[in-house]
Design a binder for this molecule. Structure first.
Ligand code: MN
Length: 199
């Protein structure tokens, strides 16, 4: 099915000073929009034309095709926008807090692993908090690759492509990731993803 570029769940200025209006504008209306447009062109008049985006991602997961790349990137970016909010950051509470402490040892250990994994991703990609067979894990994926293609449920991500941070942070990827964890992560969204995928 045609996938429409979703509006951002906040205004272009609302993540400043951590992510600039300029970065968010280009990231959403140029990068994300291009993946969405490519996706819609590629499914046109094919067996994928009437399928949901998530289905197309799963069905094309092993091919490393243009269709997989664009469908996964369309989905990854929509998910990423929802992972952020103005006045985010801090620590999770409730069920998610307990699950992080249980599966990583402590919240601080989770943060450490997340930052290390983001730093170790070579080149373009994504760092994720996923639920994999009932366990929380931190993973990294290259280019467009996404947890949906690996039977994992995505709970949280940070875009590690340079276009996500270069205007604001230049080469300082770790500063970008740390800033998101401290100031922008939307723990309510992460908690909802855990709840939705726990049953
Ligand atoms: Mn991106």
């Amino acid at each position: 099915m045609t996938y429409e570029l979703p509006a951002l769940p906040y205004s272009l200025k609302s993540l400043e000073p951590f992510i600039s209006e300029k970065t968010l504008f280009f990231h959403h209306t140029k990068h994300h929009a291009t993946y969405v447009n490519n996706y819609n062109k590629l499914i046109n008049n094919t067996v994928y034309a009437n399928k949901a985006l998530e289905t197309v991602i799963k069905e094309t997961a092993n091919g490393n095709s243009n269709l997989f790349n664009n469908s996964a990137q369309a989905w990854n970016h929509t998910f990423f926008w929802n992972c952020l909010k103005q006045n985010g950051g801090g620590k999770p509470t409730g069920e998610l807090q307990l699950k992080i402490e249980s599966d990583f040892g402590s919240f601080e250990k989770f943060i450490e692993i997340f930052k290390t994994t983001a730093t170790e991703q070579f080149g373009n990609g994504w760092v994720w908090l996923v639920l994999d067979k009932g366990l929380l894990k931190v993973t990294k994926t290259t280019n467009s690759d996404t947890p949906l293609a690996h039977n994992q449920a995505a709970l949280f991500t940070v875009d590690l492509w340079e276009h996500a941070y270069y205007l604001d942070y230049q080469n300082r990827r770790l500063d970008f990731v740390s800033t998101i964890l401290e100031n922008l992560i939307n723990w309510d969204f992460v908690t909802r993803n855990l709840t939705t995928n726990s049953n």
